[in-house]
Design a protein around this ligand. Structure first.
Ligand code: SAH
Length: 500
């Protein structure tokens, strides 16, 4: 297994600084023993103009097999011979990524006491891996590295045997990456993507692999177009771990987009309606409609899902009929504002026992959300990408299953009545879609059918004879017998019934 890292330099910034950044002196060849063999670091060239560090890992295949770690994903070694004669000593793979941590640990963290500013800045890099096992071929290699800021990603298939081109290509590619990146970013990418491409992790994937993946993926994995493939392969397709990782990445993504939208969401809607003709802001009319629907349903313990900055939670707290209120939002910033609005820190004990704010993504089932009388999704669904909506649907209607669910969302038909809204625009930049009344009814009807609820619709705001009201609300009520099975939710309900 072999990999080189090269950089170029100038008289002021000599290429040999690479030695400081990697914490390995260019004049010395060094040897390290890792759990699977011996790693050597040496510099085939080291001048102020150009410097190359090479990492060579000598794997002991016999030791690998004896440790029972040379197995494929299937478990047992294929055959007696195959388990000794394998490609591990030659191919860059997950073992290489173990070697990267063992040998370049400080560089991976971006630490460099001698030259912190050099470590923090991009430098011209060229990385070459002559034999990279790549399940998915050169095309996948390009898909994985191209979005990461490299100017050149060369992945050339290595023929099975040069003398017999008709045999086609092997599963190896020769990889060359060139571009201006921080050294630590380049190493973190390799640390994750080499084993992802190899797709045959040699060791048991332990739960702390999720943390390692997230740490190494910081700053690039959450927004990588192939993040799902990367997490799934890196975690050897262990569904539970992959889900954990994906959930964490979703939080990262939402927290990033959050910087743009949280503050403006409510204000945008409020300001748009705060005109003399409509003295009661739409947001307030919506809260009143929700409170009255919750009263009608006789709900006492209520979830406010996507609670934002806590205006509804505040209104619920003022009404003694609501004995327990849980606000959930993915945005830490929104929750902080909500906590301040509610003065959570100065609240008396009796009040504070009634209210909880917690961070969570609504597209993941959460056992803690079971057993409530009602859930409110006020102006939330339109913030999700349409393909994520079934996940939210399942989490709320399939798993949490409160007796009543209220969903409000803009009625896009009404948009022509907003004077301030340019034609064809949604009401807020973060709205992924806005539905017509017919579209909302179709969605709500299907959800109700799938999960054993009935649904009724209530207009919120002035109900225009032509285009309808600005906000549409669906009131879902769980069928009393709860006999309709909603696909996967049956299990959940059986468990719930047992618990009760
Ligand atoms: N319910 C409030 C806020 C609506 S704004 C109101 O009616 O005024 C939408 C809120 O949903 C935002 O606070 C956003 O952070 C939250 N949100 C969006 N997607 C989410 C998700 N997947 N999980 C949890 N909260 C989410």
């Amino acid at each position: 297994m072999f990999m080189t890292i090269s950089t170029t330099g100038t008289p002021e910034r000599p290429a040999t600084d690479l030695g400081f950044l990697l914490h390995k002196h260019p004049d010395k060849a060094q040897t390290f023993s890792t759990s699977h063999g011996t790693a050597h670091v040496f510099y085939p060239e080291a001048s102020p103009e150009r410097c190359t560090a090479a990492l060579l890992l000598e794997v002991d295949p016999v030791a690998l097999v004896r440790r029972g770690k040379g197995k494929g994903r299937g478990g047992a070694p294929d055959a007696a011979l195959a388990s000794y004669v394998n490609d591990r000593p030659y191919a860059a793979s997950s073992l290489m990524s173990v070697a990267i941590t063992a040998v370049f640990n400080s560089a991976l963290r971006g630490d460099c006491r001698a030259m912190p500013e050099r470590a923090a800045a991009p430098l011209p890099l060229r990385i070459e891996v002559p034999a990279l096992p790549a399940r998915g071929g050169a095309e996948l290699v390009r898909k994985l590295f191209m979005p990461l800021g490299w100017a050149r990603v060369d992945a050339e298939p290595v023929p099975l045997d040069e003398r017999f081109p008709e045999w086609g290509d092997s599963r190896y590619v020769r990889l060359v990456l060139e571009g201006e990146l921080r050294l630590c970013d380049a190493l973190r990418q390799l640390y994750v993507l080499l084993p992802v491409l190899d797709d045959a992790k040699h060791y048991w994937v332990a739960p702390d692999e999720v943390d390692k993946l997230l740490r190494a993926g910081e700053g690039w994995l959450a927004t990588h177009p192939e993040h799902r493939l990367i997490t799934s392969r890196y975690l050897s397709r262990r569904w539970g771990l992959t889900r954990q990782a994906e959930q964490a990445l979703e939080l990262v993504r939402l927290a990033e987009s959050d910087d743009l939208d949280v503050e403006s969401v409510d204000n945008a809607v409020d300001e748009a309606t705060d005109t003399p003709e409509r003295p009661v802001p739409l947001a307030q009319q919506r809260r009143e409609a929700i409170l009255s629907a919750l009263h009608d349903a006789g709900a006492a313990r209520v979830l406010d899902l996507g609670c934002g900055q806590g205006q509804l939670v505040q209104a619920l707290l003022k009404d003694a009929r609501f004995t327990e209120i849980v606000g959930v939002d993915v945005s830490m910033r929104a929750l902080t504002v909500a906590a301040r609005r509610l003065k959570l820190d100065r609240m008396g004990e009796r009040q504070s026992r009634r209210v909880t704010l917690r961070q969570g993504a609504l597209t993941y089932t959460d056992k803690g959300l079971r057993g409530y009388d009602a859930a409110v999704l006020s102006e939330v669904v339109e913030h999700l990408d349409l393909p994520r909506l079934p996940a939210l649907e399942y989490a709320v209607f399939g798993a949490a299953r409160p007796r009543t669910v209220l969903v409000t969302t803009p009625n896009v038909e009404y948009n022509v009545r907003w004077e301030t809204l340019p034609a064809g625009h949604v009401r807020h930049g973060d709205h992924r879609f806005e539905w017509t009344r017919a579209e909302f009814r179709a969605w709500a009807g299907e959800v109700a059918d799938r999960h054993g609820y009935t649904v009724a619709f209530t207009p919120v705001g002035p109900d225009d004879p032509e285009v309808g009201p600005p906000t549409q609300m669906a009131v879902f009520t769980r069928a009393e017998s709860d006999s309709t099975t909603g696909g996967k939710s049956t299990d959940e309900r059986e468990k719930e019934a047992k618990a009760a």
